[in-house]
Design a protein around this ligand. Structure first.
Ligand code: NAD
Length: 334
């Protein structure tokens, strides 16, 4: 255990560094370090804070989600905050997550989990009133996002009007906007041919394409949206299981991930993780891990949230070797 003074000094350094990386990543859409490096420093910060809880400050990156929205866009308040996810980096982290869930629920029983590829894009909130898309927003800092309604309206996989019947009068759909690998490669080929700056990776290209003040530019970019949860819901009922909610969203016109699965317990999560890790490079889009969610929504409610993430979900990240090589080689070229 480090002394409090040493810990405080290191914490200050880490905060400064991580806040700068956050700014580059979330505000400028121009990251300057690989995600794995960011995750390593973030973990260091969390470890020190776990040893010295008295040093946790409200402005610590561990207490916040994303960054404040760009003032170029109008702001949107999220009635239900849009949170981040806790991370697991190895099997032990995942088993500990399961243990925490069982302890909180005071049950030794197996927990059913929903398994979803973690798409590497931008989180979006879409608000439907009486089936009509009325607002699209970024996550921003979790409480305040950017109004990107005009931009999301240009994305083909986002229904402007919900299909079918039985949807709640107010329905906020949340999901990820991403750029499939083929589209990303083509976009960069065009940029190279025109002597313009290329994007570092599909996530970065999706973020840059979405946060355009001129929606006509967004319209030309190959963006897709995949739904993964709901936010505000009123004037109607949704099923009790998370995966059944996603099936409903699919009926109402949303793309959901075809790899999504339900498993009986945490061992099923480990199997799923290995299966998807093998399949990863063959997928048409980038994923940076797997998200496991307690499937029963009543249990989700009982588990609730900590500062920046739900207690009922975890993102098991893939090792980020390839991305590091990619980013470093890009940096060396310039
Ligand atoms: P995160 O990306 O680790 O997890 C939360 C996000 O996952 C959600 O907001 C959502 O957008 C996304 N997601 C994808 N599929 C999902 C699904 N099926 N269900 C639920 N959510 C899903 O957390 P974050 O707070 O968005 O970003 C933190 C991460 O971003 C870091 O771990 C790091 O990898 C990266 N980052 C990198 C830098 C850098 O400089 N390289 C800087 C900041 C953040």
């Amino acid at each position: 255990m480090t002394s409090t003074v040493e810990a405080q000094t290191r914490l200050e350094e880490l905060k400064k560094q991580l806040n700068y990386y956050n700014y580059r990543y979330y505000v400028l859409d121009d990251p300057n370090v690989p995600d794995a490096e960011y995750d390593r420093l973030f973990q260091q910060l969390k470890d020190i804070e776990a040893q010295h809880p008295e040093l946790i400050a409200p402005d610590s990156p561990s207490q916040r989600v994303g960054e404040a929205p760009l003032s170029a866009f109008s702001q949107v308040s999220h009635e239900l905050p849009m949170l981040s996810l806790d991370n697991a980096f190895n099997d032990e982290d995942l088993l500990n997550f399961n243990r925490r869930v069982q302890d909180r629920l005071k049950t030794p029983e197996d927990i059913e989990f929903a398994c979803e590829p973690k798409l590497d894009g931008i989180a979006v909130s879409l608000l439907y009133i009486d089936g009509q898309l009325v607002r699209g927003a970024t996550r921003g800092d979790g409480t305040t996002g950017e109004d990107i309604t005009q931009n999301v309206r240009t994305i083909d996989s986002i229904p402007l009007r919900l299909m079918g019947q039985g949807y709640p009068a107010t329905l906020e759909v949340r999901g990820e906007i991403y750029m499939p690998k083929r589209g990303f490669e083509r976009l960069n080929e065009h940029a190279r041919a025109a002597g313009e700056k290329t994007f570092v990776n599909p996530r970065n290209a999706a973020a840059g394409s979405l946060r355009q003040l001129d929606a006509r530019i967004t319209a030309k970019r190959p963006l897709q949206m995949c739904a993964y949860s709901v936010g505000r819901v009123s004037g109607g009922e949704l099923p009790d299981r998370h995966t059944a909610v996603l099936e409903k969203l699919h009926e109402w016109g949303f793309l959901i991930n075809p790899e999504m699965a339900t498993v009986k317990n945490i061992d099923g999560c480990l199997d799923y993780y290995r299966r998807l890790a093998e399949k990863r490079t063959t997928l048409a889009y980038d994923i940076d891990g797997i998200v496991f969610k307690v499937n029963d929504r009543l249990l989700q409610e009982r588990l609730g949230f900590v500062s920046r993430a739900p207690r009922w979900a975890i993102a098991y990240k893939f090792p980020a070797q390839e991305e590091m090589t990619q980013l470093l080689s890009v940096e060396f070229q310039v």
